[in-house]
Design a protein around this ligand. Structure first.
Ligand code: SF4
Length: 138
């Protein structure tokens, strides 16, 4: 049986050394992320140019394979089996508490990584409803 590709973290840093990083979105002037229809591989030249204008993660969204237990947001399952990302739950709670008047999106926004997205796999449309508000903030 073919091995499933690793789930993707939809909001990661693009620091040198992070493997498999792709540019997946651009933060608009309204603070919301507009997803690219095609993820773009990130190379050192892009990062060097992007860093000349400030922290790239404040202007772009990047994805990379979820590193699970090597991430501080990972919550291991019972007995070390399974587990999940704790970040999306905290983001949803934060948005519900601080932006209750925020109208939910009418539908799912285009997303090129949805099928492999860790947050989608956990929370489905509820994750997508807050995803465009998220910027990685080192
Ligand atoms: S545990 Fe969550 S925040 Fe950490 S790499 Fe995986 S998806 Fe990203």
């Amino acid at each position: 049986m073919a091995r499933q590709p690793a789930p993707l973290c939809p909001s990661t840093t693009a620091a040198p050394g992070v493997e498999g990083v792709h540019l997946t979105g651009v933060v608009g002037s309204d603070g919301r992320v507009a997803n690219l229809l095609t993820p773009l591989p990130v190379d050192d030249a892009f990062l060097a140019e992007a860093n000349r204008h400030g922290t790239p993660e404040r202007r772009f969204r990047f994805s990379a394979p979820c590193v699970e237990g090597r991430c501080e947001n990972w919550q291991a399952g019972q007995g070390g089996e399974g587990g999940q990302c704790g970040l999306i739950g905290r983001i949803r709670t934060h948005v519900a508490a601080h932006a209750p008047a925020e109208p939910p999106p009418a539908g799912l926004q285009p997303c090129a990584i949805r099928a492999r997205c860790r947050w989608w796999q956990q929370d489905a449309a509820a994750a997508c409803a807050v995803c465009t508000l998220v910027t990685y903030n080192p």
